[in-house]
Design a protein around this ligand. Structure first.
Ligand code: UAH
Length: 400
C-alpha cells in the first residue's frame, strides 16, 4: 500500500545528516562532544530519525526545547541522554525522572520545588544543566551571586544532580565578533568564580552551530549542533566563510494535480492577482499555506520542473498553488521540486528564506504534520513517517 495518499512529501537524506556530523567531528577538538539539537521535530526533518542518525554518526546525546519533545523521542525508543534546553514547569519533573531526561535550571526556588516533588514521589534523581545568561536576555542566571545560589540549591538537593553548565550566544553568526566575545568572556568569568569557590565543574557547553564553526576552540566538553546538522548555515555570512562544507538534507516535492492551457486571458487564484495569457500552461500543485508553504510566496516564489524554474502565479491557497510551466509539456503526475535540486537547478532553503524575509531555520520548521517525511540512505528509501496519521508506514533498513 502506498504510505500516503496526497503526492506531496519531504525527502530527508540521512547520508547528509551523517556527513554533517562527521564534518563537525573533524572541525572540533577531539575532546569536544556533540549534542545534536533535534527540537521542533528536528527543525522539521523529523526528530526521531534525525536523532538516531546523528547518534549513529558520532553525536553523543540529543537536546530538545521542551519535555514533550523528549517524551516523543523516548516513546520511539531513543535511549541516549536527552537534555531539555528550555523551561520545564516543576510539576513535570516526575516525568523527566521516569524518562531519565535532563532538565535546564536557573532558579533556586524551582530547584527546591522540583527536589521536593521528586522526594515525595520517591523517584530517581535527575540531571540538571544550569543555564547562564551572558547576553541573550532569555533564560539563565546573570550574576555570580545568582549562579552561586543556584549551584548551592542543586548541591543541597538530594534528587538533583548537577550535570552541566551552559550559555547561549546571540550573535555568533555575525562578522562583528564583539558581542559573542563579550558573552564568552562573561561565561569564562562566571566559570572561574565557581572554580575559585572550590566547585568542581560538570559538563560545560556554549557553542551553537555558528560558534562551533567560528570558534571551535570554545567547544569545552560539547557543542550544541542545530542548524548545521541539517546542512544549513546559520547565516549567509557563515556560508560565505567556507570554514566547513555542509550538505543540505531536506527536499520538498509534489506532483502535478491538474494542467490547463489558457486559450484566452484566465485569472488565477484568490484575488485574481495573476492573469494567464493565451498559450500559457498552468499547473495546479497540491500544497498550500496549511502545509507550511508560505503565502508570502504568492506571485513571487518558483518551483523546479525538469530542471528548470517555473514561477508561482497568483496567491498561494490553503491547500494548492498554481505555477506557470515554461516548457509547456506538463502532465498530471509529473514531479515538481519545491525545495531542493532538480537537474542543475536548486531552490535552496536560503533562497526561500530570503524571498519571504526570514531566516533559513524557519523554512523547514514551517513544514508541518500534513507532509509525510520520506527518509533516504544511499539514494534508497529506507523509512516513511506521516505525522498526520502518526504512522511509521514503512521501514526497510535502518542501520548500516
Ligand atoms: C539553547 C540552544 C538553542 O536554543 C539552539 C541551539 C542550536 O542552535 P543552532 O541551530 O544555531 O546550531 C543550541 N542551544
Amino acid at each position: 500500500m502506498k504510505p500516503f495518499c496526497r503526492d506531496t512529501w519531504v525527502e530527508v537524506d540521512l547520508d547528509a545528516i551523517r556527513a554533517n556530523v562527521e564534518t563537525f567531528r573533524r572541525h572540533l577538538p577531539e575532546s569536544t562532544g556533540i549534542i545534536a539539537v533535534v527540537k521542533a521535530d528536528g527543525y522539521g526533518h523529523g526528530a526521531v530519525r534525525v536523532g538516531e542518525e546523528a547518534l549513529a554518526s558520532g553525536a553523543d546525546s540529543l537536546a530538545v526545547a521542551m519535555l514533550d519533545e523528549a517524551i516523543v523521542l523516548r516513546e520511539a525508543g531513543v535511549q541516549a541522554p536527552i537534555l531539555v534546553l528550555g523551561f520545564t514547569p516543576a510539576r513535570s519533573v516526575e516525568i523527566a525522572s521516569r524518562l531519565k531526561v535532563q532538565l535546564t535550571a536557573y532558579n533556586s526556588e524551582w530547584i527546591t520545588q522540583a527536589n521536593a516533588l521528586l522526594e515525595q514521589a520517591n523517584l530517581e534523581s535527575i540531571g540538571l544543566h544550569i543555564k547562564v545568561d551572558t547576553g541573550m536576555g532569555r533564560l539563565g542566571v546573570r550574576t555570580q551571586e545568582e549562579l552561586m545560589q543556584v549551584v548551592t540549591a542543586v548541591e543541597q538537593s538530594s534528587k538533583l544532580d548537577w550535570s552541566g553548565i551552559f550559555t547561549h550566544f546571540a550573535c555568533a553568526d555575525e562578522p562583528d565578533t564583539t558581542h559573542v566575545r563579550r558573552q564568552h568572556e562573561t561565561f569564562q568569568t562566571l566559570l572561574q568564580s565557581l572554580r575559585d569557590a572550590g566547585k568542581k565543574l560538570p559538563m560545560i557547553h556554549c557553542c551553537n552551530t555558528a560558534a562551533a564553526i567560528a570558534f571551535p576552540e570554545w567547544g569545552y566538553d560539547s557543542i550544541r549542533l542545530g542548524i548545521g546538522l541539517y546542512g544549513l548555515y546559520p547565516s549567509p555570512y557563515m556560508k560565505e566563510r567556507k570554514d566547513v562544507s555542509l550538505v543540505p538534507a531536506l527536499s520538498l516535492k509534489t506532483r502535478i494535480a491538474h494542467v490547463k492551457t489558457a486559450t484566452q486571458p484566465m485569472t488565477i487564484s484568490y484575488g485574481a492577482t495573476y492573469c494567464a495569457q493565451p498559450g500559457e500552461q498552468v499547473a495546479t500543485l497540491p500544497i498550500g499555506y496549511a502545509d507550511g508553504f508560505s503565502r508570502l510566496l504568492s506571485n513571487s516564489g518558483e518551483v523546479l520542473y525538469n530542471g528548470s524554474r517555473s514561477p508561482i502565479i497568483g496567491k498561494v491557497c490553503m491547500d494548492q498553488i498554481m505555477v506557470r510551466l515554461e516548457q509547456g509539456t506538463g502532465q498530471p503526475g509529473d514531479e515538481i521540486v519545491l525545495y531542493g535540486k532538480s537537474g542543475d537547478e536548486e531552490i535552496s532553503l536560503d533562497e526561500v528564506a530570503a524571498r519571504i524575509g526570514t531566516i533559513n531555520y524557519e523554512v523547514p520548521c514551517m513544514l508541518n504534520y500534513r507532509i509525510p517525511r520520506v527518509y533516504f540512505r544511499n539514494q534508497e528509501e529506507v523509512d516513511v513517517f506521516h505525522p498526520l496519521t502518526m504512522k511509521q508506514v514503512a521501514q526497510k533498513t535502518v542501520n548500516n
